[in-house]
Design a binder for this molecule. Structure first.
Ligand SMILES: Nc1ncnc2c1ncn2[C@@H]1O[C@H](COP(=O)(O)OP(=O)(O)OP(=O)(O)O)[C@@H](O)[C@H]1O
Ligand SMILES: [Mg+2]
Length: 159
């Protein structure tokens, strides 16, 4: 069932626009307990958006793509305090037992920000995201972003 409540489309002309969006999102207190999912083709800009978001949340050091590990944990900060962040990439996820075995259920139940790339690879077990972001390549640097709020918290993020 589609639980979409609000949909917004944005056109990002270049990566600086993507970064500006990430910075705006990072400034919203509701993000501290949000679940985000990022969809779009290979190279659409999902990890790039996450990297800008993590930097805006004051994550230090190298930000690895979690493609092989499935999840990379990070520690950020916002004016409200320290923030636990988990960045998932389900592209190679194909064994649902890993969900329990790797403790993903517990991570999704923990306070903090959870971000998933390729959620469609784990659709049967992933909890509903508050905000779904779909990226589409328009040309080398331009992207069309479709933002869908699927919960009241997601609506707060788009307001
Ligand atoms: N406006 C933009 N927003 C985001 N990325 C952009 C933009 N313009 C150009 N890019 C470039 O597009 C590429 C996007 O790669 P990225 O790894 O973020 O894609 P992805 O969606 O995570 O792919 P994958 O599904 O393989 O993980 C990067 O090289 C980035 O610099
Ligand atoms: Mg990626």
């Amino acid at each position: 069932m589609d639980k979409t409540q609000i949909v917004k489309t944005l056109r990002w002309q270049d990566e600086a626009d993507t970064q500006a969006f990430a910075q705006d999102l990072a400034s919203r207190p509701a993000l501290r307990m949000a679940t985000l999912e990022l969809q779009g083709d290979l190279g659409a800009g999902k990890t790039t958006l996450v990297r800008h978001l993590l930097r805006a949340l004051n994550v230090q050091g190298r930000i690895k793509s979690p493609t092989y590990a499935v999840v990379e944990p990070h520690q950020g900060t916002t004016p409200e305090g320290a923030l636990d962040i988990w960045h998932f990439d389900f592209y190679r996820f194909n064994d649902p037992r890993e969900w329990e075995d790797a403790g993903f259920r517990d991570l999704f139940a923990s306070p903090g920000l959870k971000i998933s790339e390729w959620p469609e690879q784990a659709r049967a077990i992933l909890p509903t995201a508050d905000l779904s972001i779909h990226l589409q390549v328009l040309d080398d640097d331009a992207r069309l972003a479709t933002l869908s709020a699927r919960t009241p918290l997601g609506e707060a993020l788009l307001a």
